[in-house]
Design a binder for this molecule. Structure first.
Ligand code: LMR
Length: 396
């Protein structure tokens, strides 16, 4: 059975890390995968996480299974982050939350759930989008379509084209939206644009599915939830996939959440029964440790405050690197205007480099970025900036 197989292609993002590790060249730089690095180039465990783990080590009484959708308290904390403490959805009712293995786990459960609810539904993805989105939905047997999002030549959102496409999405289809820090473009919708998308969702009756992997890394923990909050209207349905890989630095703990907002509590309860079937037949129930860290931090005012400060420090460092990147490119004599990079938000900069230029950077300079030209700004440091910008200058 196995001998006849052809090799599957390497993963567009995680495959780069594998190739990077094998590369013997000195001074290599990995700006592929979206992982935060500090000024020294390390990815340390957050202090709030260390303290939460200390408490868990002392207080944990059992390693018995979690319920299929994880602990209900975890859902309450996730919904507080999404909608704000005073929101009617926090206590439950029309919203239900499952603790999932990472944001990708949430997306896959969402995909299985959509296929189960409406086998004909298609999922509309922004052009461009995260390299893995289409594959996750296709693996669940769902067809994906694209709507325009980013104007590569103008280096700005293609909002008119986007709304034009969304105003023709058939009823019952699903539209995937990035809550903030759009991956890969770094260009987000403003408050008025979110309201327009919400209006279209109500008019066309498509289901908004929000991928929320970077809460806190664009403008702030509350500010970044503006899109999700704009989309919410009592009586309308919505799906939100959260990830705590980046904002808690819990990459390898695989911790995320799937939140379903139903038209009312009865609809949400019915939906949740199907979500539980999707989880049970996939990974049975979630791994506890990462979720318990998140829960411990969010329920303790002191740790939550520390977390908010640590998220702000990551955000500020990334924005500092954006500014330094643009300045250093200019200092290396590059004539092209790269100032658009300071208008992008989150970990990524959509540089506009071509696939050929990306390949040259890898082969000649051992600088790894994603084939689409997406650069992980969070991987830049003052130490690697000169070498990076000199290399870019030489391939332009
Ligand atoms: C990324 O886009 O680099 C991250 O979301 C990591 C991943 O799983 O691809």
């Amino acid at each position: 059975m196995f001998e006849q197989l052809e090799m599957a292609p390497p993963d567009a993002i995680l495959g780069l890390t594998e190739a990077f590790k094998k590369d013997p060249k000195p001074n290599k730089i990995n700006l592929g995968v979206g992982v935060y690095k500090d000024a020294q180039g390390g990815t340390p465990v957050l202090e709030c996480v260390k303290q939460a783990e200390q408490r868990l080590l002392e207080d944990e009484k059992s390693k018995s299974y979690l319920p299929i959708p994880g602990a209900p308290e975890y859902g309450i904390e996730v919904r507080t982050l999404l909608f704000g403490a005073a929101h009617e959805l926090v206590a439950g009712g029309a919203a239900v939350t499952a603790h999932t293995p990472g944001g990708t786990g949430a997306l896959r459960v969402a995909a299985d759930f959509i296929k189960r609810c409406n086998p004909a539904a298609r999922v509309w993805l922004s052009d461009p989008t995260w390299e893995n989105h289409a594959a996750v939905f296709n693996a669940a047997g769902i067809e994906t379509k694209a709507y325009p999002y980013y104007d590569q030549s103008g280096k700005r959102l293609a909002f008119d084209a986007m709304t034009d496409a969304l105003s023709r999405v058939p009823e019952g289809d699903v539209v995937l939206l990035h809550a903030c820090c759009h991956n890969p473009s770094g260009m987000d919708l403003d408050a008025e644009q979110w309201r327009e998308v919400a209006r279209l969702a109500g008019q066309r009756h498509f289901l908004p599915l929000v991928d929320f992997a970077y809460q806190g890394l664009a403008e702030g923990l509350e500010e970044d939830a503006a899109g999700v909050r704009a989309l919410y209207r009592a009586g309308f349905e919505m799906v939100v996939c959260s990830s705590f890989s980046k904002n808690f630095g819990l990459y390898n703990e695989r911790v995320g959440a799937l939140t379903i907002v139903g038209g009312d509590a009865t609809a949400a309860e019915k939906a949740f029964s199907h979500i539980k079937r999707c989880i049970r037949t996939n990974y049975s129930n979630p791994p506890a440790h990462g979720g318990q860290i998140v829960l411990t931090v969010l329920r303790n005012p002191e740790l939550r405050g520390l977390w908010a400060r640590e998220v702000a420090a990551m955000r500020d460092r990334i924005n500092g690197m954006r500014a330094l990147f643009v300045k250093t490119l200019k200092a290396k004599g590059i004539k092209e205007d790269f100032s658009f990079i300071t208008r992008q938000r989150g970990m990524f900069s959509f540089s506009g480099l071509s696939r050929e230029q990306v390949a040259l950077l890898r082969d000649e300079y051992a600088i790894y970025i994603v084939g689409s030209g997406r650069i992980n700004v969070a991987g830049m440091t003052e130490g690697n900036m000169d070498r990076l910008c000199e290399a870019i200058a030489s391939v332009l």
